[in-house]
Design a protein around this ligand. Structure first.
Ligand code: GDP
Length: 605
């Protein structure tokens, strides 16, 4: 079939190029889409952030209308049937979705704010485009903000710029040149589209005002001409399906539907389709193919036209059974035979593994599970900002095998032996298994709750580990006996002491470095003003009781050692490790310096 499709391929029969809009937040991506589609989506969106992918069909008549004034534009030579513009999400949380969104694009518009030049996400987008070898044009947007600029969306932008006041032209030139230099820093040559005689070496820039419409005709004209000439081969219509599920939505009166970008090939009512679901592959039959009227976007209105067949490239809403668990962001296949369906089911599983595999993970970290790729990405992005590492991810309900994978962390880092389950069910068997293995599962429908619960748990674990290792963590301490405060000279020795450096904690063994490391026993009590305290600090005067725990004959004050001898806590390799691992924050810099000093005195390596 692939061969037949190749044979049938002809550059006389072009499909619409799929176009996506990229760039830093607030550069005017949404405004640009609005202007092109002449509806006002931006105002309907919370905070102006576009969180989902949608698409706009721009018919060839609309392109002709827009490009009327564009110099050298030849409407009669238009071969493409229009544009299909994908509304890429502008929100940072959707980095991965952006990558996938871009992979199905034939051509991109990279929007740059002329007042701000290249910003972080512009550079990120630029890198994505270069890496994927995707062709693009740069919209140098917000030119209406140039001082004294007067607008005219009905003129060719280059002609129009020439009619601007001298100062305005000068400001444009300065800002333009600065941005050319910024692109050069990224290793990209750029030039105004009307001056671009070498499109292999130079990327084109078109000055625009998305708000007022200036230059938008030039931009569309440039895209139309470039795609249908340079990339005609890629745009040849073929009968081989290339489709991606963009959104899974429940529509009142219709039930669960999927919004699909059909890049190439055909979809027909009654086709058997195979796609990826959170609980495994889904096989179902297309009941309805729905499309909005031209120049209206799928998500804006719920008025649909019904079709028997749809050809790429178009955005289409599919109505079918069993779509509840469909996952967005992955391909949709059509199966012609049962054998093919079986193969495609495997293929759809592989597509999900591939998507999950492409997510960068750490060798040590929590296990993350979410209901959709989009929510998984949002959660991962959030964990990144919180510096919580993840070692594995999955989509769909938590099964026993997820718990098994998470349990692997028990051997490495117990605090990460847990599953953050976002908006998914936990199988009973999985929960029982987790309880038995000691894997903690956190379940929530709100990202912040998951994080809170996890951080609280991590704190609890830390506290537990501290309790367990407390007896091992000998804090460093140097002290001297006060000769006028010797109350008992033998087991137990009771003396007043001055803490010269470090911290004295109950339970600490003491020794006398000047007497060859003579061990004299363990501090079993610390009192200040007749009150028991757990810990004494540098320069404290306290009364301590030292009990013989050495297993040898008790050492006597006055005979084996006296007030002239320095006493130190008897630290060890093991105690230093325990301090490092569990009590790092309890010790000050000077305490750590004292540890280094005691290591030398006590010959610890
Ligand atoms: P996005 O985050 O890239 O989608 O940016 P928006 O389209 O939401 O635009 C961000 C802000 O810039 C909004 O207040 C727009 O009205 C404004 N804006 C967008 N394009 C232009 C333009 O060409 N000129 C001016 N002056 N403002 C613009």
């Amino acid at each position: 079939r692939r061969e037949d499709a190749e044979k049938a391929k002809s550059t006389d029969n072009l499909r619409a190029p799929v176009i996506c809009v990229l760039g830093h937040v607030d550069t005017g991506k949404t405004k640009m889409l609005d202007t092109i589609r002449r509806t006002n989506v931006q105002d309907n969106e919370a905070g102006g952030i576009t969180q989902q992918i949608g698409a706009t069909q721009v018919p060839v008549e609309a392109i002709k209308e827009r490009c009327k004034q564009v110099k050298d534009f030849k409407p009669d030579e238009l071969k493409i049937p229009g544009f299909l513009i994908i509304d890429t999400p502008g929100h940072e949380s959707f980095a991965n979705l952006r990558v996938r969104g871009q992979s199905l694009c034939d051509f991109a518009i990279l929007v740059v704010d002329i007042m701000h030049g290249l910003e972080a996400q512009t550079i990120e987008s630029l890198k994505l485009l270069l890496k994927g070898g995707s062709p693009f044009v740069i919209a140098l947007n917000k030119i209406d903000r140039l001082y004294n600029y007067t607008s005219n969306p009905r003129k060719d932008i280059y002609e129009h710029l020439k009619s601007q006041p001298q100062n305005t032209q000068l400001e444009f030139k300065e800002r333009y040149e600065k941005i050319v230099a910024e692109f050069a820093e990224q290793g990209v040559n750029v030039v105004l589209s009307n001056k671009n005689t070498n499109p292999d070496e130079y990327m084109s820039i078109v000055p625009t005002s998305a708000m007022l419409g200036d230059g938008v005709g030039n931009l569309m004209g440039h895209i139309a001409q470039t795609t249908q000439t340079v990339y005609a081969n890629k745009l040849a219509f073929v009968d081989e399906l290339d489709a991606t599920v963009m959104e899974v939505r429940t529509i009142p009166g219709l039930g669960t539907t999927i919004d699909v970008i059909l890049v190439n090939g055909r979809l027909r009512v009654n086709d058997i389709v195979v796609l990826t679901g959170s609980d495994g592959p889904i096989m179902t039959q297309i009941r309805e193919l729905l499309m909005p009227a031209p120049l209206k976007e799928i998500r804006v209105k719920n008025e649909y036209l019904h079709y028997k067949e749809i050809k790429g490239a178009q955005g289409v809403k599919i109505l079918a059974k069993n779509l509840e668990k469909a996952l967005a962001g992955l391909p949709l296949f059509v199966a012609n035979t049962l054998d093919e369906a079986e193969y495609l089911k495997e293929e759809s599983k592989a597509q999900l593994s591939k998507a999950l595999h492409s997510i960068k993970k750490k060798s040590e970290g929590v296990y993350v599970q979410a209901s959709t790729l989009g929510s998984l990405e949002a959660l991962l992005e959030f964990l990144n900002t919180q510096k919580i590492p993840y070692s594995n991810v999955n989509i769909g309900p938590v099964h026993k095998k997820d718990v098994q994978k998470a349990a692997a962390m028990l051997e490495h880092k117990a605090e990460f032996a847990c599953i953050l389950a976002f908006d998914v069910k936990i199988e009973r068997e999985a929960q029982l298994f987790a309880d038995r293995e000691g894997v903690k599962i956190f379940q929530a429908d709100i990202i912040y709750h998951l994080e809170d619960n996890f951080l609280k748990y991590r704190e609890e674990l830390k506290e537990k580990a501290r309790k367990e290792h407390e007896h091992l963590a000998i804090f460093p301490c140097k002290l001297k006996i006060l000769p006028e405060h010797v109350f008992n000279t033998r087991n137990p020795i009771v003396v007043g002491v001055k803490i010269e450096a470090g911290q004295l904690k109950k339970g600490v063994p003491l020794c006398v470095p000047s007497k060859n490391g003579l061990q004299i026993g363990t501090v079993s009590s610390i009192q200040r003003n007749h009150e028991e305290i757990p810990l004494a600090k540098t320069s404290d005067d306290v009364c301590i009781r030292i009990e013989n725990t050495t297993g040898e004959a008790p050492k006597l004050y006055g005979r084996h050692f006296d007030y002239q001898d320095l006493l130190v806590s008897q630290i060890s390799r093991e105690s230093i490790d325990a301090c490092k691992n569990y009590f790092r924050d309890d010790l000050s810099r000077t305490d750590w310096q004292l540890i280094v000093e005691l290591k030398k005195i006590l010959d610890i390596y």
